[in-house]
Design a protein around this ligand. Structure first.
Ligand code: CU
Ligand code: CU
Length: 642
C-alpha cells in the first residue's frame, strides 16, 4: 500500500485500539497486525472493489519469469511478452533471448524461440493480425571507464567506379597523416563509385560511402582524433586518393547501445517469429506506427553505432514484406516518439518520447502531414521540457480526436518530473493543449490503458529517474475524459518504473509487467533488479454486476458496413466499442485506440455500424465490447476489420 494509505489506515486502527484499551499492553504488535488485517479487509470488500477495483498477482512459474520489456496483445487473446536479452548483458553475451506467450483464458505460458535480441525494438499490429517487430540491440553500451582505446565510426570513401565491390576484412588498418593507427572491428563490403553519363555525354562519378567501427591499435589517449581527418587504408593495393577513410571523432567517450536492423513478424497462428527484410537503417528505440493504408512507418532510434538517427524514416509494406527508405519524409524525433495516426492520414506527435535525443530538436508537439512532410506545431503544452518518459493516449472514443499527455520528466538522468496532464482536441481548427487535472504525484513512466467504459487507467511510474531514491509511485488513478476528472482507485503493490508496460485484456482486466530500477534501495547504493512479477488490475466495472453478453456475429467486417450481433441482453445494450489491441514498450503505444460504433437494438440482437475512415480505424483485429447504460462492459469478441 502507499505511504498515504498506510497512514490513513494506521490512524483508524490506533483509534480502535485505544478504544479497546489494548494499546497499553502490546501496542506496536497489535497495531501492526491489526493494520494489515484491516487493510486486507478493506481492499477485499465488495463495496471497495465496486468503487476502486482490485489488484491481484499473476502466478508465473519460476522458469517462465522474464524481464518483460515489450508486450502485445494478439487476436488469439494471448499476450506476447518479449524480453530479448532483458537488459542483461550476460544474457546478451550468451546469445540468450527470451519471449513468452501467456494465454489469459487458460492461464498457461509458452516459451517462444527468439532468434535475435529484440530488446528495445519497435512493434506494430499489421492488418492481417501479425505483429511486426523491427530493430533491437546489436551491442550493449560501453561505459567510459571501459573504453580503453579511442574508437568511433570511420567512413570509407571509394572514388573509383572500377573493380566491383571490395571486401575489407576485420582488422583492416587505417593510418592518419600523423601515424595514428586504427583497426576495423568488422568485415565490410565497399561498393565501387557510381559512374553516370549525362545527356551531353559528360561523366559524373559519385564516391561510395561505407561506415565501419574502428578502434585504436594503441591503448590510451594518444590516438584520439577530434577533427575531420583523412586516413590511408593499408593492404588494399589501391591508390590512397581513390580509397581512403574519413573520421570526425575517434575518442574514448562512452559508447551507446548499437541498434539492429533485423525485422520479424510474429504469427499468432503458428506462434513463431518469421524473419523479413532488414530495415534500411539499424534502430534501437524506434517507434513503429501504422498508417491508414496498412503500411508501417519506422521513426527515430539509435543507429548501428549508437548515434541518434537524424530524420531518416522508412516504411514497411506488408504486401512485399520489405522496407523502403523515405528520404522525402525527413524529420527528426527523439527516440520512441509518441506518434498516432489521425483520420486524414496525418500523424500526431504528442511530444512524449522515451530514451534519447536532442534537448531541443524534434520535441515540440505537432501534426505531421506525410503527403508533403510539413509539420504544424500545436501550442499550449505545459511543462514542455518535461515530456521525456511522459504517457500519451488517444482518449476514448477515438472519434473525439482528443489526446492526453500525462506526467513525464526532464531529459537524461534528470530528477525532475511533473504531475501535469494536458488534453488537446486535434480536430479543432486551431488545436491547443488545455490543462487537465493533476495526477496525485509527479511521475515518469506512467502506464496508461484505455478501458471499454471510455476511461483511462493511469498506473505506476516513479517520481525520479528509474525509480531512484525509492520513488516508485504505488498509485492507480482513473481518468474520465467525459468529465475531465481523475479518481484515485486501489493501489498496486508492485512498483513499475522504467521498462514497464501495461495493456487491456479481452476480459476487461489490465495487466502490468516489467520495471527496471537503477537501484533497489532509497540511498541508491544497491544495484536494482528487474521486476519479474506480473500484477493484474480488475477495474471497478468487473464488480458491478452482470456483464452483457455478446453472441454470434460476423468475424470479418468492412468499414462502413452495418453488421448484426446476437445478444440475449440486446435490449439493454447502449454502446459498442472496437478496441485495438496494444503493442507497448517504454510508455509508447501508438496502437491502442477505442472506436465508437453506431448501435441500433433490434429484437435479440444489435446492429452495429462500423465507421468508414481507415485513418480512424486502420485495418486489423479489434476487440468488440458492448455495454448497457452505465453498466459494466461485456467481455470482448474478436473482430477483423478491413
Ligand atoms: Cu530500453
Ligand atoms: Cu490554453
Amino acid at each position: 500500500m502507499s505511504p498515504r494509505a498506510r497512514q490513513r489506515v494506521f490512524k483508524a486502527v490506533v483509534t480502535l485500539a485505544v478504544a479497546a484499551g489494548l494499546i497499553a499492553i502490546n501496542g506496536p504488535t497489535i497495531v501492526s497486525a491489526g493494520r494489515d488485517a484491516l487493510h486486507d479487509y478493506k481492499i477485499n470488500s465488495q463495496d471497495y472493489k465496486q468503487r476502486a477495483g482490485h489488484w491481484s498477482m499473476l502466478d508465473v512459474p519460476e522458469h517462465l519469469r522474464v524481464n518483460a520489456l515489450h508486450a502485445a496483445l494478439l487476436h488469439t487473446g494471448k499476450v506476447l511478452i518479449i524480453a530479448g536479452s532483458g537488459n542483461d548483458r550476460k544474457q546478451f553475451d550468451a546469445g540468450k533471448f527470451k519471449t513468452i506467450l501467456w494465454d489469459p483464458e487458460t492461464d498457461t505460458f509458452k516459451r517462444i524461440h527468439t532468434p535475435s535480441d529484440m530488446f528495445c525494438a519497435g512493434h506494430a499490429q499489421l492488418p492481417d493480425g501479425k505483429l511486426l517487430i523491427a530493430g533491437g540491440t546489436r551491442r550493449y553500451e560501453k561505459l567510459e571507464a571501459d573504453v580503453k582505446r579511442a574508437a568511433g565510426a570511420m567512413t570509407i570513401k571509394n572514388e573509383s567506379p572500377d573493380g566491383g565491390p571490395l571486401t575489407l576484412e576485420k582488422g583492416t588498418e587505417f593510418v592518419s597523416p600523423e601515424g595514428l593507427a586504427f583497426e576495423s572491428t568488422q568485415k565490410v563490403v565497399v561498393d565501387p563509385a557510381l559512374k553516370e553519363i549525362g545527356k551531353g555525354g559528360q561523366t559524373t562519378v559519385t564516391a561510395s560511402s561505407t561506415e565501419v567501427w574502428v578502434e585504436a591499435v594503441d591503448e590510451g589517449n594518444t590516438p584520439v582524433v577530434e577533427r575531420p581527418t583523412q586516413f590511408t587504408i593499408s593492404g588494399t593495393g589501391r591508390k590512397s586518393d581513390d580509397l581512403y577513410g574519413v573520421a570526425i571523432s575517434l575518442t574514448r567517450a562512452k559508447q551507446d547501445y548499437w541498434g539492429d536492423d533485423k525485422s520479424y513478424l510474429f504469427d499468432p497462428e503458428t506462434e513463431k517469429y518469421e524473419r523479413v527484410q532488414n530495415m534500411a537503417l539499424a534502430r534501437w528505440y524506434p517507434t513503429l506506427v501504422g498508417l491508414k493504408d496498412g503500411r508501417v512507418l519506422s521513426v527515430s532510434g539509435l543507429d548501428q553505432f549508437g548515434r541518434i538517427v537524424q530524420g531518416h524514416n522508412e516504411i514497411y509494406d506488408p504486401q512485399t514484406k520489405e522496407w523502403e527508405a523515405q528520404p522525402q519524409l525527413k524529420r527528426t524525433f527523439p527516440t520512441y516518439p509518441a506518434l498516432f495516426l489521425m483520420p486524414g492520414g496525418d500523424l500526431f506527435y504528442t511530444g512524449s518520447n522515451a530514451g534519447y535525443g536532442s534537448d531541443t530538436v524534434g520535441r515540440h508537439p505537432g501534426i505531421w502531414d506525410l503527403d508533403d512532410n510539413s509539420f504544424r506545431k500545436v501550442p499550449g503544452l505545459r511543462e514542455p521540457r518535461q515530456t521525456e518518459t511522459s504517457g500519451s493516449v488517444l482518449l476514448p472514443p477515438a472519434q473525439d480526436q482528443r489526446f492526453m499527455v500525462a506526467g513525464g520528466g526532464g531529459i537524461g538522468e534528470s530528477h525532475k518530473s511533473t504531475a501535469r496532464t494536458d488534453v488537446i482536441d486535434v480536430s479543432a481548427k486551431e488545436p491547443h493543449f488545455e490543462p487537465g487535472p493533476d495526477l496525485e504525484k509527479p511521475v515518469r513512466y506512467p502506464n496508461m490503458v484505455i478501458t471499454p467504459d471510455d476511461k483511462v487507467v493511469v498506473t505506476g511510474g516513479s517520481t525520479d529517474y528509474r525509480g531512484k531514491g525509492d520513488s516508485d509511485v504505488l498509485l492507480c488513478q482513473i481518468y474520465d475524459p467525459s468529465k475531465g476528472d481523475i479518481t484515485r482507485v486501489a493501489d498496486p503493490t508492485v512498483g513499475r518504473n522504467y521498462h514497464a508496460s501495461a495493456l487491456l485484456l479481452p476480459d476487461g482486466r489490465v495487466i502490468t509487467m516489467g520495471s527496471d530500477p537503477l537501484f533497489s534501495d532509497s540511498t541508491n547504493t544497491v544495484p536494482g533488479k528487474f521486476e519479474k512479477r506480473i500484477e493484474i488490475y480488475s477495474p471497478p466495472y468487473l464488480f458491478q454486476g452482470d456483464r452483457p453478453k455478446i453472441g454470434s456475429g460476423p468475424e470479418k467486417v468492412t468499414r462502413g458496413d452495418t453488421v448484426r450481433f446476437e445478444s440475449p441482453d440486446a435490449d439493454a445494450i447502449q454502446s459498442a466499442r472496437l478496441v485495438r489491441p496494444s503493442a507497448v514498450t517504454h510508455v509508447t503505444d501508438p496502437e491502442q485506440r477505442s472506436v465508437a460504433l453506431g448501435v441500433t437494438r433490434a429484437g435479440g440482437g444489435v446492429d452495429l455500424t462500423i465507421p468508414k475512415s481507415a485513418g480512424l480505424m486502420p485495418s486489423g483485429w479489434y476487440m468488440l465490447f458492448v455495454s448497457s447504460d452505465d453498466g459494466p462492459p461485456s467481455k470482448a469478441r474478436w473482430v477483423h476489420v478491413r
